[in-house]
Design a protein around this ligand. Sequence first.
Ligand code: GLA
Length: 390
Amino acid sequence: MRALKFAVLAWWAAAPCLSQMAPAPPMGWNSWNHFAEKVTDADIRAAADALVSTGMRAAGYVYVNVDDTWQGKRDEHGVLHSNERFPDMKALGDYLHSKGLKFGLYSSPGPRTCAGYAGSLGHETQDAQTYATWGVDFLKYDLCSFQEELGKVRAAHPQDRDAAKNLMIAAYRKMGDALRATGRPILYSLCQYGVGQPWKWGPGVGASMWRTTDDIDDSYGRMIAIGFSQAGLAQFAGPGHWNDPDMLEIGNGKMGEEEYRTHMSLWVLLAAPLLAGNDLSKMTVADKRILMNADAIAIDQDSLGKQGDRLYQSGDLDVWTKPLSRGRVAVGLFNRSWSNREVSVDLAEIGFPNGAAARDVWKQKDLGHLTGVFTDTVPTHGVTLLIVGQ
Ligand code: GLA
């Protein structure tokens, strides 16, 4: 009991530094969704330049995260080097920092990453130190081949349902401790697809965010399956610790404009990390309007730090709300059907019995003082996103 109390106290002592690291959901860009395993140093530099020239950096997208496939070989001392597509990681970090951006990297607790490159198993402290010397600010740590270790434990202890989970948590704690020991603030992002409810133990291993699901792809079906499955997780998010329903696909071209607006609306209502995953050199006007809508971003980044949740669902229609600072509420009216539909919300039900001023986020329009039941015609696969209250 005493040991447990001490562990909890120790965690709380570390907690303020965690919330300083991610007081709001982290925002940035990640290489995987567009470049996948072909990514190069030049792509990352070009993405950094584009973050600045498009206004994405000014809108808040500051992390530039190199995902899987940057790793080369370990030398005779076990030190990991980048591969030929990334000639100088320290120089890359310096370049990102010179642009007012932050440097993110990717590894795995297993021997190999998901794409088969070197993972950190047995080299956690060494790798964390290497990242620190390169100026890394963010680490995504992806379960991948560590699942094989978990399989072995399950086979060896078929009766012990917690054995594999405990091993996984220990592996994530090991890297969390190694990052902290570097003395450099490195935001720790868990990626293990929501296995074993990381929202319950993520903060305890030093993480600021954790994936809640398996991978997203650039399809409306997959995006809404992930987004709408997040109901009930709101209580586990807050400043310094965020649920991560995976990165954004906006701008990758396989969803329509209304569908990408639904993607952004859901993610901001979920207080999700906003990690764009598109080719920033080819953004359309619509992509820019969606990713850089200041009201949508303000919902995500709101200082109250509350994740939203489902208010109700009726067939293909969904209403989600997110409490905001200064007594305001963000409301998303979603239509997942194949035709345009009317969707309503009762102002009294979301805390405004006398009605309230409202703003339509996507139309960029103040709607004046709304009372009673607000109804809007929402296009197929679309959304009306409101900020209600002064
Ligand atoms: C997993 C992760 C993805 C991406 C790839 C890279 O699938 O969930 O986000 O990092 O690995 O291999």
